[in-house]
Design a protein around this ligand. Sequence first.
Ligand code: EPZ
Length: 420
Amino acid sequence: MQRFVIEGGKRLSGRVSISGAKNSALPIIAASLLTANRVVLNNIPDLVDVRMMIELIEYLGAKVEFAHHTIKIHTPKLKRIDAPYDIVRKMRASYYVLGALLVRARRAKVSLPGGCAIGPRPVDLHIKGLRALGVDIDIEDGFINAQARRLVGHDVNLQGPKGTSVGATINVMIAAAGAQGETVINSAACEPEIVDVADFLNAMGFDISGQGTHTIIIRGQASTRDVEYGIIPDRIEAGTFAVAAALTRGRITIENCRPDHLTIILAKLEEIGGKMTRGEKTVDVRGYGRKQAINIYVAPYPGFPTDMQAQFMALLSITPGTSTIKETIFENRFMQAVELMRMGADILIEGDTAVVNGVRKLSGTYLMASDLRASASLVLAGLVAKGKTIVRRIYHLDRGYEKFEIKLRGLGACIKRQRE
Ligand code: EPZ
């Protein structure tokens, strides 16, 4: 096990370069199985989850080279059609291979992903969408057994109990790309990562339109071509560094990002009391100190991203006044709260709402990471806490942040990685 040791109190300054988006890389790597052509992917972040997805597609028959943020993938034919429990349990995004396996082999056996720290994580909408395309699915012994004599395009509505579904939209889009005829996905999710997957599929030779809106049209066809594609930058990594600058009253330049993907995040930081200067691929963040408590209402894109609420909770815990955060997507995504309270934060959890009363300072102590974004929240709190903060079980962070402590040190933070 490894941990981060952080000395708080340093103002961040300088430049940080954002890596490719984890939540684009995972489905796009999986979708590369759709073709026997050669696929080259650029701007791929070197993350634990990316390496697990590579391990999975190699298990299924892909030949893969991954170096210097570029992946070369060639899958002349599949060797297997199952995604074993041991891989899926570690990374639920493994279910993204379902659609590609059905297109290439007309059958797939993927372990049910199960829940995770932030909630039960059902896949009923994935199943509903695939069944609409003519896939026979039954669930037996914890596995999704899927087969389809033919994949036939169809209209499908993917509205779930919490609104749209990123995963279900992507999974159905991948399967529909290889189906006969047209598929219309209504109530599609609009996240930038979905647009990225659709743009990649079009670069391969498929025909998708409407990505970024709630209605995506996929005109199924099989002819693909060799493709080279660069994925978008990670908006959640960029947002995490913007919060780090605001927390420490620092001034940083975030490079290789998409300011247009950060609209609500930057607006909320300006509401608290920061100054954000947007360039074409950069954002200058100046943390003017925390002046104004705010209310955050999590919602699907373009609303406030659930993947940013933990990071903002750290910032609001030392912002004067009473702020509220309403988490509408996941059932158990406030796990950072108890750890922040051990640092002196004053937070009250009332169902899906966190009430955060800003305190003057946080104190460093031993903390336990729990899930990816809650762990990031604890690191951010450590940057501004008095004294030393030790964040344990940082493998959670290595799943979604590339060289996190190295990038923070490059901005002047006093943080180092140690063996437990
Ligand atoms: C993706 O998860 C992201 N993961 C999550 O990021 C992100 O928080 C989430 O989208 C929301 O933006 C990846 O892209 C790998 P959903 P996903 O399907 O696809 C319910 C991170 O930190 N639902 O949009 O699993 C579900 O329970 C991770 O990078 C159903 O009810 O999210 C949730 O309440 C964490 N039935 C809501 O919909 C289904 O079949 C949104 O889930 C599917 C989902």
